[in-house]
Each structure stands twice: as structure tokens, then as C-alpha cells.
Design a protein around this ligand. Structure first.
Ligand code: HSE
Length: 393
């Protein structure tokens, strides 16, 4: 069985490492997997694969025209990778992708194309790395009503928040550590801005509700403006802060958001370092919780290899997603919020319940309000940190 890989960064080299080190065990179980070739951008860059005979190419056509029937995508580019996946699917090749930006942005198109060309489209590695979440959800949707999902879905943000909280380290120092550990993307804007978690909750929610959910309709707040004073303030109130991505289907409406959240000593508050944590609510089991590595080289490669074995042994689920359900997206559930800002607008003034000024900054607790109202009230303010105060999850 010959496969190809697009990209040979952290995760790509993890895939090669597992396939090389576990070759004997895989062979014993009839998985004779050979990497036909690997697509890379810069052929002159020094690489150290375990298998020294690997073929690297910078010519996409070599992969497109090859005989491999499954291609693993571990790239980080968006449009170029999307175009390439389109060509590969049209050429009858199965796709396994860990590229959350592509899987999220083109979820509808890629599923449709996979169906039209009768190929597999597998993306377990695009959400929460080693934690099996996509496949259990793919199975649940046939016979269970999953109506709510909540998760810590970005390892970098969790590393930053929990290390600032526990070790008292500064934002810049912990971000650098998260980059050194391979959690953060080369450009960490999407990690700390909440967009990486937004893409993951979009993928999960689209699948669970078989609905079209636009990325731009998901209210997204990240942690890039957090300061030590926010963690101190939360601590004084008895809370930890974690970045939560949530969606809930209720009464024909989907409430979906990504927002730092004040949490009291629960499953999510007890999630540390680069871990991810997910809680799912369903008709048949009330709820269950999963926790584990949501980023990293072998952790992400592990999910890819599982997809690969499922495809090679014809155990993979063919896509059923067609986005036919239509729901309103809204963020008007009432809740209390914490805000830190140096200035206050008149719109914001109406929403304030408590305001404590510390070192020139307003630390505000709002009255019960909705996230969309609050977003409108802070639009003109710079450098605001905002968090939801969770009553229950
Ligand atoms: N940068 C991502 C994270 C990697 O920190 O979670 C895994 O998707």
C-alpha cells in the first residue's frame, strides 16, 4: 500500500516516525504501508527522516499522477492546499487532513467532493489531536441526538493560561515555551486569537448538527490581551480562566462561541498545560468527558495513522455530511461577563454591575447580558480582555 504525504513539518515527520518504527507490527497485521513520496516546498532544506530512502519532491503533479490512493495532508497553507485536495479527490484519491484551517473553511465543499468522487475524507487529526472525537461523533449522529459540546480545543492557549496561573509566568515567556514545545503554530495569531479553537468547534458542530455554520458567525474572543491582573482578579473570586469553545442546539437555534471563561474547580479548570478537554451531551448518555493531548508531533500523527488504517482496511465512514439542516445562529443567551479595559463607552456603562479600578484599569463585572450585546458595546474600545463567568457547564 503506497501513500503520499503533503508537508514534512512537525506532524509530517511524526507520521514518518511512527510508520518507520512500527513497521514490523504493522506488517504483521497486513498493513504494508510505504511512503511513495513527500511533497515539500524547499528541496534544499535539510531534513532527517528515519527512512533515508524517502523521496521528496516539490512537484505536486508527481503526487497527483502517482498511483497512490491515499494522500495525507499535513500542510499549513490554506488556498493552495484546498486547490490541491480538490485535484486529488477528483483524481480519486482519499484525503486524510490535519489542516484545521482547510477542513473548517471548506468543510461543505470537501465533503461534497468526497461524496461525488466516492473517496474518503478523514480529518480526525484536525480537532484535538490524539483525543478520538471526530469518529465517535460521526457514529453518534446516526442514532443519538447530540445537542451540546464544549471544549478546550487549543493547546497553546491552555498552556499559556494554566502556566500563567500556576507558575506566575508572563504571557510572552509562556507563549515562547508553547512554541518550543511544538503546540503553537509558526504564527501563533490563530492560537491566541481564538480562531484555531473557532475552526475546531465549527468542524465539530457542522458535523454534529449536519448544518452549515459560517466561521464569521461564530463570536470569537481569544486570550491575546490577557494580563496577570485578569488571572489575579479571577483567582480572588475563586475562579480559573480557560478558553472554551462551545455550541448548543436548542429549539432550532445554535448558540456557538469561543471565549475565555471563569471556571470554578471543574473538569475544564483542572485541564493543564497543552491538554485539550471535551465534554459532550447526548440523549443516550447525558454527558461524557474526554481529556488528553490536543497538539504535538506524535500526538497528532497518531490520529492520522488511525485514519489511515481505517481507510486501508475499509473501516472508514464515508461522509454523510451534506449540511442540509438550517438553524439560526445566535448569541443572545444571558450571562455575566468580566472585562478589563482602560476606557469605558456609554454603551458599556449601561451593562456594568461592578467596576473596580486597579492600576488605572477598570475591572468590570457586567449585569446579566448577552454576548452579542456586549460585543457591540466594546467594539470601539482597544485592548479589552473579556471572559464569561460560567455558572454551570
Ligand atoms: N496550535 C494548535 C494548538 C495545534 O495549540 O492546539 C493543534 O491543533
Amino acid at each position: 500500500m503506497k501513500i503520499a504525504i503533503m508537508g514534512f513539518g512537525t506532524v509530517g515527520s511524526g507520521v514518518e516516525e511512527i510508520l518507520y518504527k512500527k513497521r514490523k507490527s504493522l506488517l504483521k497485521n497486513n498493513f504494508d504501508i510505504e511512503i511513495d513520496r513527500i511533497l515539500i516546498k524547499d528541496k534544499s532544506k535539510k531534513r532527517s527522516p528515519l527512512n533515508k530512502n524517502l523521496i521528496f519532491t516539490d512537484n505536486f503533479k508527481e503526487i497527483l499522477n502517482s498511483e497512490v490512493d491515499t494522500v495525507i495532508d499535513v500542510t499549513s497553507s490554506l488556498e493552495e492546499t484546498y486547490e490541491r485536495i480538490l485535484s486529488l479527490m477528483k483524481a480519486g484519491k482519499n484525503i486524510i487532513s490535519a489542516n484545521k484551517a482547510v477542513v473548517s473553511k471548506y468543510f461543505e465543499e470537501l465533503n461534497e467532493l468526497a461524496r461525488a468522487n466516492n473517496v474518503y475524507f478523514s480529518y480526525e487529526a484536525s480537532v484535538a489531536a490524539a483525543i478520538p472525537i471526530i469518529h465517535p461523533m460521526m457514529e453518534e449522529v446516526f442514532f443519538n441526538d447530540i445537542n451540546k459540546i464544549c471544549g478546550i480545543l487549543n493547546g497553546t492557549s491552555n498552556y499559556i493560561l494554566s502556566m500563567m496561573e500556576k507558575e506566575g509566568l508572563s504571557y510572552d515567556v509562556v507563549l515562547k515555551k508553547a512554541q518550543d514545545l511544538g503546540y503553537a503554530e509558526a504564527d501563533p495569531t490563530a492560537d491566541v486569537g481564538g480562531f484555531d479553537a473557532m475552526r475546531k468547534i465549527r468542524i465539530l458542530s457542522s458535523l454534529l448538527y449536519n448544518a452549515k455554520i459560517k466561521e464569521e458567525d461564530i463570536l470569537t474572543f481569544g486570550i491575546s490581551t490577557i494580563q496577570k491582573s485578569d488571572l489575579d482578579y479571577a483567582k480572588k473570586m475563586g475562579y480559573s480562566i480557560r478558553l472554551l469553545a462551545k455550541s448548543k442546539l436548542d429549539g432550532g437555534k445554535i448558540d456557538i462561541s469561543v471565549i475565555p471563561t471563569f471556571l470554578k474547580d471543574n473538569f475544564f479548570a483542572k485541564t493543564f498545560k497543552g491538554s485539550n478537554a471535551i465534554k459532550v451531551w447526548g440523549e443516550n448518555f447525558s454527558s461524557y468527558e474526554l481529556k488528553g493531548p490536543g497538539a504535538g508531533k506524535l500526538e497528532t500523527a497518531d490520529a492520522i495513522i488511525r485514519d489511515l488504517l481505517r481507510i486501508l482496511s475499509a473501516r472508514e465512514i464515508k461522509t454523510f455530511y451534506d449540511g442540509t439542516n438550517s438553524y439560526d445562529l445566535e448569541n443572545n443567551c444571558l450571562g455575566k461577563y468580566y472585562l478589563r479595559t482602560s476606557k469605558i463607552s456609554s454603551k458599556l456603562e449601561d451593562l456594568i454591575d461592578q467596576d473596580e479600578i486597579l492600576a488605572g484599569d477598570h475591572h468590570i463585572i457586567t449585569k446579566k447580558t448577552s454576548l452579542d450585546k456586549l460585543e457591540a458595546a466594546i467594539l470601539d474600545l482597544n485592548e479589552v480582555f473579556i471572559a464569561k463567568i460560567e455558572e454551570e457547564i
